[in-house]
Ligand binder design. Structure first.
Ligand SMILES: O=C(O)CCC(=O)C(=O)O
Ligand SMILES: [Fe+2]
Length: 334
């Protein structure tokens, strides 16, 4: 077995070679699927290496993301995020305060005390006439932006399908069990930029973070981080543990809807982004990351998966529509 990607305070996040699921023989496939499921059941997080999204593609997408955030604020604001139903476009620093709080007035209080130091840009599935993506003008540095991002969106969509196949195999279900639940690609590609920030900002306000603690909402999230660090995952004992970047890996975490779908046999674990651990300068350099939030098709009805309960009375949650669930969660956050 591979050395764990992260280990501390009772939290063990495995590092898993995904090529052994995609291209291995039957026993490698099964063993890898079981390791993936176990990672989601115990930590809620895994690191995958040897995924089909190449290092060159990832580097190109990060470079393109950097260019977007270099646009004048005014231009970015003209592409602004509008509604939870659309969930597309630009959010300026302080706009979204991710938190576990669902009471709007509580969220408001937290937001005004220490807003997240980040800006983001969300891209949804193409071909939804009611919710078009907010593309920047294809000129100068931004020429090719749309093609780059839609291409990456499709690759991540395919990776979601494959990770769900691994979960199905791990659970002893038909490998294709989830295919009809995830084939539409009702997912969100979020480009994230955490601007350079003076270290004293964190000293003056001990509650200051780059992104507040939260769990994700959907099935799984594919998270690509640069080499800066700062991502932390909450351990079963309640401490935040550094999820240190490992080159050429993708961090994958389970979201609340997958936890619910699995009757809480899979964990959706709290995480956040704080001041990076290292650095001798008086300012932290910017950090870029890319989160691809996967969801079951918005039309899907989500209720406890076969094998996750003994009798119907053991089902912890009522069935719920995937799209409605997501809009509910987003409404509480923005
Ligand atoms: O930037 C990161 O590393 C994490 C971002 C995140 O957790 C989120 O946007 O949900
Ligand atoms: Fe997250």
């Amino acid at each position: 077995m591979e050395k764990a990607a992260v280990q501390g305070d009772g939290l063990v996040i495995p590092l898993i070679d995904f090529s052994k699921f995609l291209g291995g023989d039957e026993s490698q496939k099964l063993e890898t699927a079981q390791a993936i499921l176990k990672g989601f059941q115990t930590a809620g997080f895994i690191y995958l290496k040897n995924i089909p999204v190449t290092a060159a593609t990832r580097a190109h997408v990060f470079g393109t993301s950097t260019k977007l955030f270099r646009l004048p604020l005014e231009t970015k604001l003209s592409l602004g995020w509008t509604t939870p139903e659309a969930n597309r476009g630009y959010s300026a620093p302080g706009r979204e305060k991710v938190t576990q709080l669902t009471d709007i007035s509580e969220v408001e209080k937290v937001r005004s005390s220490a807003p997240d130091i980040k800006e983001s840009f969300e891209i949804g599935r193409e071909g939804e006439p009611e919710h078009p993506n907010q593309w920047p003008a294809e000129k100068g540095e931004l020429a090719g932006f749309r093609a780059t991002m839609t291409g990456f969106f499709e690759q991540c969509k395919a990776l979601h399908v494959e990770v769900m196949r691994a979960i199905a195999v791990g659970m002893g279900l038909e490998g294709s069990f989830f295919d009809g639940f995830v084939d539409v690609g009702d997912n969100t590609l979020r480009l994230l930029h955490y601007p350079a920030v003076k270290k004293e900002v964190f000293q003056i306000n001990p509650g200051q973070v780059r992104a507040g603690e939260h769990s994700d909402y959907g099935s799984i999230t594919l998270l690509f981080q640069d080499s800066r660090g700062g991502l932390q995952v909450k351990s079963p004992n309640g401490q935040f543990v550094d999820a240190t970047p490992i080159e050429d890996t993708c961090v994958v975490n389970a979201g609340d809807l997958l936890a619910r779908w699995s009757n809480d046999t899979i964990k959706s674990t709290i995480h956040r982004v704080v001041e990076p651990p290292q650095g001798t300068e008086d300012e932290h350099p910017p950090r870029y990351s890319i989160a691809y939030f996967c969801n079951p098709n918005f039309k899907s009805h989500i209720e406890a998966l076969p094998g996750t309960y003994a009798t119907p009375a053991d089902k912890k949650y009522d069935g719920i529509n995937s799209g409605q669930y997501l809009v509910q969660r987003l409404t509480a956050t923005y």
